[in-house]
Design a protein around this ligand. Sequence first.
Ligand code: ADP
Length: 585
Amino acid sequence: MATVSTPGGTATADVLPLTDGFHLVVDALKLNDVEVIYGVVGIPVTDLARVAQASGIRYIGFRHESDAGHAAAAAGFLTKRPGICLTVSAPGFLNGLVALADATTNCFPMVQISGSSERHIVDLKQGDYEELDQLAAATPFTKAAYRVDRVEDIGRGVARAIRSAVSGRPGGVYLDIPAAVLGQVVDASAGAASLWRVVDPAPRQLPSPGAVDRAIELLAAAERPLVVLGKGAAYARADEQIREFIDTTGLPFLPMSMAKGLLPDDHPQSAAAARSLALRRADVVMLVGARLNWLLGHGEAPQWNPDARFIQVDIEPTEMDSNRPVAAPLVGDVGSVMKALVERTKPGQIAVAAPWHQELAARSAQNVAKMSQRLNADPHPMGFYGALRAVRDVLHQHPHAYVVNEGANSLDFARNVIDMQLPRHRLDSGTWGVMGIGMGYAIAAAVESGAPVVAVEGDSAFGFSAMELETICRYRLPVVVIVLNNGGVYRGDGINTASADPSPTTLMLHAHHDRLIEAFGGKGYHAATPAELTTALTDALASGGPALIDCVIDPTAGTESGHLTNLNPQGVTATDTAAGAPPKR
Ligand code: ADP
């Protein structure tokens, strides 16, 4: 008698070809155009990664699941297809969950596929290896969560996960596959027949003509209209339609940080440099793929004109009225809505009065002048502005480079200083303000685009994912990490009057992060002046390989929580307490 075939192998005359759960998961992903899996292997998914590689899917192995998950989330944002993250059971699964929840919060499509332990042992809490009811744990943090309990349901599970991740408002989806299902062997032809390709996973959603006309009338009647572009607009890949609408109407626009580059930052209608004035004065605001959440002060005074009326373009109907009343809801996908707006606006119907443009232009010119003073001040030791001016100027020579950005002050300053020319080229901490996205996002940007990536990191934020430098070097990715090193969380001059230990915000002041990457064969640079930074970044980008530039920043530069100081609860002050708690600074 002939021997039984290995999964996916050929059969001899009298034995049916067989397959198993590992192969069926990979086949289902391939059938649905998945090209890359980001993950960390271990029991029970190691063979899944091997089978994926053998099938031609690229597997990128990380050092921590959180970073793999952030990479998958970023891949989802960049490609408009679900990014796939692979994790092991219980602890590995939980490590990935932060990224999955963050993807859901950011509206990025992502699927975390996790192996899990024996169901019957887990359910009776008998104490299995890495025992956890993962489906229950994932459910509150995801857009949808599923478990595949039978090998014949793998195709259905993958199809459900993919459609759930990308349809409507995108988000994070969890797919639980127990070890027993992965190892289950079935007849190969029956297995193949159980898989399918999802048809039109993210169908267009057209707005109703009445809703479009209502919005146009509101814009036409406005004295001081403003369009706010959010990362949902960037994700929608409706670049042409957005450009046409902005160009034909002449409306001023404000990009949220990850929408920068949808229209170039130096576009004449950009109100970015007059942001505060634009929000405070606008009387009709059209939000395009942007939520009126904390990042926009919930649309409330004093940041906003209390009488402003809102138009909101969003694929998610329940987003409307979440903070302020929405006078003209436009439910649909950004591309379809913008196209309908262009088609239904009569020539000259929306005309922006010259005084509004002039007011914004005058404030922009003032603010640009103030900013250029700061950028050119050149203090010693180097401050954030001097360093970022150098980064900005080098990046002007590399408009195709992706920019990843996290930190407190590093995020706030870099967002304003580094301008973007191309859409979806800036990735940052996003809606949750998460620290730790840096290396995962950078790796995904490099893997998905093949273009150079510059990650501008605060030294504290960088620490969360620093070990992925090894991943960057192992895959020889064109990632340059710039650590803005002021030796602390927020800043590096914290003095602890309460204990002999370093203060809670203190990090190693003279740390040489450049030596970390040298341990893995990457190129390390140390820069103490803008000129040294310019040379280092130019050289690193020219080399095309992994590099890290440690930038010595004045430890007194930066403020606690960056621009979010107001979010720190103010309890009793130092002098109110009997013991006299240490002053903040
Ligand atoms: P930002 O932080 O840049 O202001 P948000 O993440 O708050 O942006 O908002 C993104 C919004 O975009 C979400 O409300 C989401 O539902 C919406 N969105 C995502 N994709 C699309 C799409 N294709 N068409 C319309 N809206 C979309």
